[in-house]
Write a protein that binds this ligand. Structure first.
Ligand code: HEC
Ligand code: HEC
Length: 221
């Protein structure tokens, strides 16, 4: 793919997501939850079940298995859980957990609670892989051109574009094993809930070695 086509596809994808059917971008982005829509105080108690795996403050109790939710955008958490509920995203463990949240308001409160926790932050491994991962993050690769540059959508430090744009999740400081798994799931087509297939397109242009390298870098942000 040439750089020009890459850029065009990215812009078209974002435009498609934002303007489909005249629905506001925010509604599509967060499945109907606006930033500030949800009570973090009420969500603390309601999220006890979730805390068993994702940690009391949203930092995973088992980095090899569970992702962090701390400081993730509420709208993004809300969308993902709804996707697990509808079968749009699938994971044996998490799909079962999602089905236990039957009230939309509870889910908004839970999402607001984890979003309000001190944001996930990693520590650079300083490895050779992380250095090549940093290049990929900032500039993309030969195959994808700059479409593959993660920075364009996930922001300079992987902290996304702010809570009013929950389309692009926080990935900086996320658990490395989880990042690798998601990128491989997007690549293989196991995970298909990304708007306009944006992440699938990126992941399909990455080698397994590049996936490990970029996950090493991103988890350290
Ligand atoms: C028994 C362990 C367990 C419990 C309890 C649990 N989860 Fe999860 N959760 C997981 C696993 C495993 C994944 C990763 C799924 C995958 O690999 O796609 C996950 C993923 C997620 C994600 C996706 C994160 C992302 O960055 O995309 C969200 C959001 C989430 N869980 C929210 C919740 C909420 C809300 C609750 C409580 C109602 C909850 N989880 C309870 C195990 C658990
Ligand atoms: C064109 C925009 C775009 C680019 C470029 C992009 N992403 Fe994404 N990414 C997204 C979107 C949108 C999502 C959310 C998908 C969803 O809603 O389920 C996402 C989700 C992810 C997730 C899952 C996060 C989670 O919490 O489950 C990971 C990991 C990820 N991206 C890594 C990367 C990496 C690494 C790169 C660079 C190699 C990259 N992304 C480049 C748009 C992009």
């Amino acid at each position: 793919m040439t750089k020009k086509i890459g850029m065009f596809t990215a812009l078209a994808a974002i435009a498609a997501v934002a303007f489909v059917g005249g629905v506001s971008a925010e509604t599509i982005i967060s499945g109907g939850m606006s930033a500030g829509d949800g009570d973090p105080k009420a969500g603390k108690a309601k999220s006890e079940l979730c805390q068993g795996c994702h940690g009391a403050d949203g930092i995973s109790i088992d980095p090899a298995t569970y992702p962090n939710l701390a400081g993730q955008f509420a709208g993004y958490i809300f969308k993902q859980v709804q996707d697990f509920q509808s079968g749009n995203r699938q994971d044996d463990t998490m799909s079962a957990m999602a089905s236990m949240v039957t009230s939309r308001q509870d889910l908004k409160d839970i999402s607001a609670y984890f979003a309000s926790r001190k944001q996930m932050k990693g520590k650079s491994s300083g490895s050779k892989a992380a250095k090549s991962g940093a290049r990929l993050y900032k500039s993309g690769n030969k195959k994808l051109g700059d479409y593959g540059a993660c920075v364009r959508c996930h922001g300079k430090n992987g902290k996304g574009k702010g809570k009013s744009n929950a389309l692009f999740p926080v990935i900086g400081g996320q658990q490395k094993a989880y990042l690798v798994k998601q990128l491989k799931d997007f690549k293989s087509g196991k995970r298909t809930n990304d708007p306009a297939g944006m992440m699938a397109l990126v992941a399909k242009g990455l080698s397994d070695k590049e996936i490990t390298a970029v996950a090493d870098y991103v988890s350290g942000l």
